[in-house]
Write a protein that binds this ligand. Structure first.
Ligand SMILES: Nc1ncnc2c1ncn2[C@@H]1O[C@H](COP(=O)(O)OP(=O)(O)OP(=O)(O)O)[C@@H](O)[C@H]1O
Ligand SMILES: [Mg+2]
Length: 373
């Protein structure tokens, strides 16, 4: 196990981290905000609700510190999310894939309690121990049930500390395991019958869960649990410019973190990928003239980000240092064509009916034809 220094982006051996947590990467901004924020803070919050929203959406502080925007989208949504966390109701972030649910959840917990790491990853194999507690079996056998043999879950730890616990992909968790959250959320206590004790949540404890719209029906949220959450639905970016802005910013950040050799910002390619994704997603061209079939993949903003990042790596290492259509064609194809038969047809139709007709897209058309024979 490595211990990390929370104000640094290197680990204890001095290796720089591949992906620092939000509270590490933005430690300076969080510190400046905490110093400038004189509004009332809910019990055990690091910032006021105003400070948390400013951290998420960006702004300039009185002392001149610039806070970078993390989330790009309606301010009201973030206000509702943050206000929820200040009440006794938990927060459920819902949306289609790639709408920044995980991203917002991480930044919210970093801003509210300075830690985004009390995390339960929901899968179909998530067991109750991940939400309640487990046992260190060696000690359990040696000593019998004791506090020392108890292995607390991230939720239990958050309750003790008065912090935020994050539950990712809540609807992938089997329903009976999900229900372990009900007592926690309504009674704010976690009984440990084996030891005849309970852990009562300290003020400041809350839960942020995320769930994917498309997975609905995998495991429905029970209505008892749903009632304990306020739901905030994160939308797809409103228009092309907004999506281009999101992709550009994240690609820059990722490129810097991965230390990719600098490739001149390729605004044209970013716009092209975003346009292709938006058109295929919505089933209609940007000018509203041509109806299209949509492929089976989600073509989310997150995928656009990885297509461009991939292209940058190709251009930097194998190209001429400029992001060209040929560097992104392969990744675009991979994102669009998930099912080789059905999606292959959709993509060919799009290439011939739309891409081919756009005069300034000739290089992209050629590159796409080459990889999609
Ligand atoms: N509106 C947005 N503002 C800022 N970043 C965004 C936005 N939409 C998407 N992103 C970026 O997209 C990437 C993917 O987001 P994230 O992993 O949080 O998606 P998700 O909603 O959790 O998807 P999934 O359902 O697949 O888990 C992140 O890097 C995030 O920065
Ligand atoms: Mg996610």
């Amino acid at each position: 196990m490595t211990t990390t220094n929370t104000t640094d982006t290197t680990d204890s051996t001095g290796n720089s981290l591949l992906r620092p947590h939000a509270e590490q990467a933005f430690a300076d901004e969080l510190r400046a905000l905490a110093a400038a924020d004189d509004r009332p803070r809910p019990p055990s919050w690091r910032l006021s609700p105003w400070g948390v929203v400013t951290y998420l959406l960006g702004g300039t502080l009185p002392d001149g510190t610039v806070v970078s925007p993390k989330y790009v989208g309606p301010r009201r949504l973030m206000e509702v999310a943050v206000a929820t966390l200040a009440t006794d109701r938990a927060l459920l972030l819902l949306g289609v894939p790639g709408t920044a649910k995980t991203w917002v959840s991480e930044h919210l917990s970093a801003a509210v309690c300075g830690a985004s790491t009390l995390l339960v990853q929901g899968t179909s194999g998530t067991a109750e121990e991940a939400i309640r507690y487990g046992w260190n079996y060696a000690r359990l056998l040696a000593e019998g049930p004791s506090e020392g043999a108890l292995v607390p879950s991230p939720v239990m730890t958050a309750m003790r500390l008065g912090s935020i616990a994050r539950v990712e992909e809540l609807t992938r968790i089997p329903s009976d395991v999900q229900d372990a959250l009900i007592t926690v959320l309504s009674e704010k206590t976690l009984p440990v019958p084996e030891l005849g004790m309970e852990v009562q949540a300290a003020k400041g404890f809350n839960v942020i869960a995320t769930a994917n719209d498309r997975d609905r029906g995998v495991n429905e949220l029970s209505s008892a649990l749903r009632r304990r959450f306020n739901t905030v639905v994160l939308p797809l970016p409103a228009d092309e410019d907004e999506e281009v802005a999101i992709v550009t910013r994240r690609v820059e950040q990722l490129g810097a973190a991965l230390e990719l050799p600098a490739v001149p910002a390729a605004a044209q390619e970013v716009r092209r990928v975003v346009r292709v994704f938006r058109e295929l997603r919505s089933g209609i061209t940007a000018d509203g003239r041509t109806k299209l079939k949509s492929p089976s993949g989600t073509l989310s903003t997150a995928e656009a980000i990885s297509v461009i990042t991939n292209g940058l790596a190709l251009a930097a290492h194998f190209g001429d240092g400029v992001l060209r259509a040929a560097d992104i064609a392969g990744a675009v194809l991979g994102a669009v064509v998930k099912d080789p038969v059905a999606d292959g047809v959709v993509w060919t139709e799009y290439l011939e009916a739309v891409v081919r007709e756009r005069e300034d897209w000739a290089d992209f058309y050629r590159a796409c034809r080459e990889v999609h024979a």
